[in-house]
Design a binder for this molecule. Structure first.
Ligand code: SF4
Length: 603
């Protein structure tokens, strides 16, 4: 099968057996790769109602057909599982070099099932697959564990690890790789922890069979030339996402003090130029990426000295804005702590921002926090709370369950400002003044997350008060953006430097022989979108419209200040957005795909 190794590696952690299964050509035709493969496999294999942290859950690692090829930014891999954060579909896309290495080892998919009896790591070198003892790694931070394994196995191994948060099953624990890249969202680090898997180490020396080698090289060269010709490439190479915080603040979309506002005074301290001059020491790229948006930094004050990849926009928004830490050095240090503990920076920033608002309102006190003055703007409080979360100590044990569960346990009306949808903490855009973005986040198939559709610019282009016509735009984005996670390439070239997406069908044909235009790719993406919806329904009886709903803050509290002061989104407008969205998707009014739609998609 051109473009694929034709092999699925299945590792049963309970029995200790590894087996190789053939890749079904129909799976390729219908789902293409990456997140598509993961959705089909996990929908079929995880029994309804399985405990996300039990042995019946599975973790799928799935690169795409372009991963590891000579295509710019072809280093993306999907990690997927039933999410312990939400109880529904969970996946997260990760950059770095693991995707390519798995392909070179000869696998299109890796499936982990069962649970190991003791701390273990997976050693995969081409056909040699072993479950090895990881007791010496258990208890180490994610970055330290990666360093230790590289020292033991060699730099050529590509390694994914979890930190203490994953070991302790914090529901938003991430998977870490390449000293600062993460599969950050939906808690897959906790699922690996529940399976006693500390790390996955992969080395591959095989080739990817191409349908048209000369064509792939020629198209690949053309793609690189196009990237290097992009007028704003240099800005992205210099600053990465560093230009976004001031812009988000200027449009009133920068999450501030637990999403109380969309604007914070002093935001200019997060600007890319400041970051570059104060902390950045080098640029860092994922596999085959000429954009190198990653920034490797050293953050040093009289209190700390740490190296970290980042911070990128979402981290700055949720640690810097949401917890009001108005210093790029503090944000970078918070980023470092999360990376080492193996915590998703988005969910951690929301969880600590939530705790800080509870503290500000007197709902929790120093008696509840073991003496931590959990005030907005306190680096000491952020660091102490992050540690408590990772080790599940005191109030950290509550926050480790995510803000949905934490607010239910605390009560006292805190659910209204527990900023999450479906149990996943909200990404870094305050959206009361952005109906399309609001719709994108409440309908995202993992819970509120920007990866699926990010529509603030749609709101600005079409008018921020307008609701009509936005559902179709969101649906289009929800198909195009996740399509990059089918192919195994980074979407940022298309999103940020106007890279022509018509390159991808051409190179897909050269690599695989599959003649798919964007209509066909988007159809696959729509199939996957409906399948993940079915996953939610399979595992959550009664799932539907009520789950596509934001916290009350967004429809009951107007934004107090900044460029979007006075805005909120009424329940009536939320319902109008959902009505439009469901109708256009071919779903019923409860948000369930109709038999007709499923038949159209071959589901
Ligand atoms: Fe990685 Fe950034 Fe390149 Fe995307 S643009 S592949 S995130 S370095």
């Amino acid at each position: 099968m051109d473009g694929f190794a034709g092999s699925i590696l299945r590792i049963n952690l309970t029995t200790g057996k590894a087996s190789v299964e053939p890749l079904d050509p129909k799976l390729v035709r219908d789902y293409l790769g990456g997140r598509g493969f993961a959705a089909r496999i996990l929908y079929d294999e995880i029994p309804a109602g399985a405990d996300p942290l039990g042995p019946d859950n599975r973790v799928v690692l799935a690169p795409g057909p372009l991963s590891g090829t000579l295509v710019p930014a072809a280093g993306k891999i999907t990690f997927a599982s039933k999410s312990p954060a939400t109880g529904g579909w969970g996946d997260s896309s990760m950059g770095g070099h693991l995707a390519a290495e798995i392909r070179y080892a000869g696998y299109d998919v890796i499936i982990l099932e069962g649970a190991a009896a003791k701390p273990s790591y997976l050693y995969i070198k081409n056909d040699r697959v072993e479950i090895r003892d990881a007791s010496a790694l258990w208890g180490k931070g994610a970055i330290q564990a990666e360093r230790a394994l590289k020292d033991e196995l060699g730099e050529e191994f590509q390694i994914a690890t979890i930190g203490q948060a994953g070991e302790n099953r914090v529901v938003y624990a991430c998977v870490s790789h390449d000293f600062g890249r993460q599969a950050g969202r939906t808690g897959i680090g906790a699922v690996l922890g529940s399976k006693n898997v500390k790390a996955i180490a992969v080395r591959g020396t095989k080739s990817i069979p191409l349908a048209d080698t000369a064509g792939t090289v020629e198209i690949g060269k053309g793609m690189y030339r196009a990237v290097f010709a992009a007028p704003n490439l240099k800005e992205w190479q210099n600053y990465g996402t560093g230009s976004v915080p001031p812009w988000a603040n200027s449009i009133g979309a920068f999450p501030t003090r637990n999403f109380q506002s969309g604007f914070i005074e002093g935001n200019e301290r997060f600007a890319g130029e400041v970051m570059r001059s104060e902390i950045v020491i080098n640029d860092k790229a994922c596999f085959s990426c000429p954009m190198a948006c990653g920034k490797y930094s050293r953050t040093k004050t009289d209190k700390y000295d740490a190296y970290v990849e980042g911070p990128e926009y979402e981290t700055t928004a949720l640690i810097g804005g949401n917890c009001a830490l108005l210093s790029i050095k503090d944000v970078a240090y918070g980023n470092y702590l999360c990376d080492e503990y193996g915590l998703d920076t988005i969910s951690t920033g929301v969880a600590i921002g939530f705790a800080m608002e509870c503290f500000e309102k007197g709902i929790i006190t120093e008696e509840d926090t073991d003496g931590i003055a959990a005030k907005f703007g306190s680096m000491d409080a952020f660091a102490a709370l992050a540690k408590k979360i990772a080790f599940r100590e005191g109030i950290g044990d509550l926050l480790a369950q995510g803000v949905r569960k934490a607010s239910k346990k605390i009560g006292q009306g805190t659910e209204r400002f527990a900023i999450q949808v479906k149990g996943l903490e909200w990404s870094g855009y305050e959206s009361r003044g952005a109906p399309a973005n609001m719709l994108a986040y409440i309908t995202s198939d993992v819970g509120s997350h920007h990866n699926r559709a990010w529509a603030i610019t749609t709101d600005i282009a079409m008018g921020r008060d307008l609701v009509e016509g936005k559902a179709q735009k969101v649906i289009d984005l929800q198909h195009i953006r996740p399509a990059f996670d089918l192919l195994g390439v980074c979407r940022l070239l298309w999103v940020e430097i106007d890279f022509d997406k018509e390159w991808y069908p051409k190179v897909l044909k050269a690599v695989t022989g599959l003649q798919y235009g964007w209509d066909e790719i988007n159809l696959v993406s729509e199939r996957v979108w409906n399948l993940t919806r079915l996953f939610w329904m399979k595992h959550n009886p009664g799932f539907g419209r009520k789950d596509d709903w934001p916290p009350a803050r967004f429809y009951e509290e107007p934004i107090p200040d900044g460029p979007t002061a006075g805005r909120l989104i009424t329940k009536q407008r939320l319902n109008q957005l959902l009505d439009d969205y469901y109708a256009l998707r071919g779903w019923d009014t409860q948000g369930h795909p109709t038999p007709r739609k499923l038949a159209q998609l071959g589901l």
